[in-house]
Design a protein around this ligand. Structure first.
Ligand code: ADP
Ligand code: UDP
Length: 237
């Protein structure tokens, strides 16, 4: 069997149901547009477990997602969507590319969350775009864009409050949305929410508990992911 799609961190497989896919989390980690690569035992399992718990919580909070069910340790069944080629990034504190672009130091707290969009294109390095680009590139309709903005801020409120309970500061994160294959008028949150696509800092120590441990060679990458999973589990129970 060959997957329908193999990405940097996941494989997408067909299922018996034409409206759903099997999403398999791999142990590979990449950073800097795939230029830095490594394999981490258990990464697939940890991200699947964290993402499954987070999506379950978001659904309960009224956010429609692609999540259907967890199949096993590294696989979930998801509703098939046509992914909007826009990555939606929400930031509560300055970090990463925001700090690089602006010179504003990491850890600066924003007065209000900052939203940004990037064009989902590996070949172009996911460039920063704005509403006008999205319109002219036909990446989303104005109605869809308004929905992305509203949902992303709502997800930020829910996740920031939840991670705070876990003793973690949600610094920033990336979301992907898609149109349901069975009804393209419906947009749902897709892909994953895990320490691969979120910055999480320990509230007490300031320690980084996310993929920056890999990007910046800080060590103990999977130990941090395991700790995040433990805290998420504890605080959902
Ligand atoms: P990348 O493509 O960036 O290397 P991944 O390795 O995470 O990313 O691959 C997963 C791919 O599947 C991504 O392109 C993502 O947009 C896409 N995807 C996520 N959820 C769904 C879904 N429910 N239906 C269809 N495609 C999805
Ligand atoms: N992010 C992501 N995928 C991307 C780009 C960013 O998951 O292709 C996440 C990243 O993990 C961080 C947030 O989005 O939590 C903001 O990332 P930033 O723009 O600072 O990029 P970086 O410099 O980390 O690549």
């Amino acid at each position: 069997m060959t997957p329908l799609y193999e990405g940097k961190a996941k494989r997408m497989w067909a299922t018996d149901n034409p409206d759903t896919l099997r999403m398999e989390f791999k142990d590979e980690a990449t950073a800097f547009d795939g230029k830095k690569k490594a394999q981490f035992e258990n990464k697939g399992r940890l991200n699947n477990a964290i993402s499954t718990l987070i999506y379950g919580m978001l659904e309960k909070e009224g956010i429609p997602t692609h999540f259907v069910r967890q199949i096993d340790e590294t696989n979930v069944e998801v509703k098939k969507v046509e992914i909007l080629m826009v990555e939606v990034i929400v930031r509560n504190l300055a970090a990463g590319s925001f700090s690089k672009r602006t010179g504003i130091e990491e850890g600066h707290v924003f007065t209000q969350p900052v939203i940004e969009f990037s064009y989902k294109s590996d070949a172009l390095g996911d460039p920063l775009i704005n509403d006008d680009y999205i319109r002219e590139m036909n990446l989303a309709t104005p109605g869809e864009l308004a929905h992305l903005r509203k949902s992303a801020f709502k997800v930020n409120e829910i996740l920031s409050a939840f991670f705070a309970k876990c003793g973690l500061k949600l610094v920033d994160f990336k979301l992907e949305f898609g149109r349901l294959a069975c009804d393209p008028s419906v947009i749902v949150l897709a892909d994953e929410i895990s320490p691969d696509g979120c910055r999480l800092w320990d509230l007490k120590t300031g320690e980084k508990m996310d993929k920056d441990r890999f990007r910046r060679d800080l060590g103990n990458v999977m130990e941090a992911y395991e700790e995040v999973l433990g805290r998420v589990r504890e605080n959902l129970a």
